[in-house]
Design a protein around this ligand. Structure first.
Ligand code: ZN
Length: 229
């Protein structure tokens, strides 16, 4: 069911940037997406992501038909939900509606690219403790609507233990080993995908707290709390 959607081709030569960041990317002043994240400025052009992360893959999570009632008739629309990622610490989820399937998917891919985040990978598994980036640095939880997704670092070789939607999200983020638990309406694909994305997004904030505490017992406390949950 989850398969790759054909993405539009990107040509940096043909691209005419419309924002300052876009101009700096095309001009070679900005060479990594992390520079933009560090500046805190929003990315408003999909081409910026295409230029800086040329190896993005996408997976279509869902195309749902949604009906909209108007005064005189019902109108059928399609809602596409897509995940994009480079399997090296960058992932985004996008969604879009259209009266036709193909434009809904294309717009969802663009939306996912604009929502791309950086995911600090690591090995937070005390059983493994290998120090490489095959899992997550710590246990995290994300919520969307009634859906909740917990991601827990797993030792090397465990693989991705998760439902198909969470698996697609963490896999494209670059996670090889993780345990996942889902609560709430796991049949709601969009909410489940966003909950997984929010869990991954929370790592950056938690990592910042951890590095503030570096040298103290900060990370030990974080790990202890994670075990208690
Ligand atoms: Zn490890």
């Amino acid at each position: 069911m989850i398969r790759e959607a054909e993405a539009e081709r990107f040509s940096i030569e043909a691209w005419q940037p419309r924002t300052k960041i876009g101009i700096d990317v095309k001009g070679g002043k900005i060479v990594s997406i992390e520079q933009i994240f560090a500046s805190g400025k929003p990315i408003k052009e999909v081409e910026i992501v295409d230029a800086l992360l040329p190896n993005l893959e996408n997976k279509m999570l869902e195309v749902a038909s949604v009906q909209r009632m108007t005064k005189n008739n019902r109108r059928q629309k399609y809602r596409a939900t897509v995940v994009v990622g480079d399997r090296h610490g960058h992932v985004g989820i996008g969604t879009s509606k259209d009266v036709e399937v193909r434009p809904a998917i294309d717009a969802a891919i663009r939306d996912a690219k604009l929502k791309i985040i950086s995911v600090p990978l690591g090995c937070g598994s005390w059983e493994c403790n290998c120090g490489t980036n095959h899992s997550l640095p710590l246990r995290v939880t994300g919520k969307c609507g009634t859906s909740e997704v917990v991601l827990k670092p797993a030792p090397r070789g465990v693989g991705i233990v998760a439902n198909a939607v969470v698996k697609a999200v963490v896999e494209l983020a670059g996670v090889s080993d993780v345990w996942s638990f889902s609560r709430g309406r796991t049949r709601d694909i969009y909410n489940t995908a966003i909950a997984a994305y929010e869990a991954l997004r929370s790592i950056t904030e938690l990592k910042n707290i951890e590095s503030l505490n570096a040298g103290s017992a900060g990370s030990a406390i974080a790990e202890e709390q994670a075990q208690k949950q």
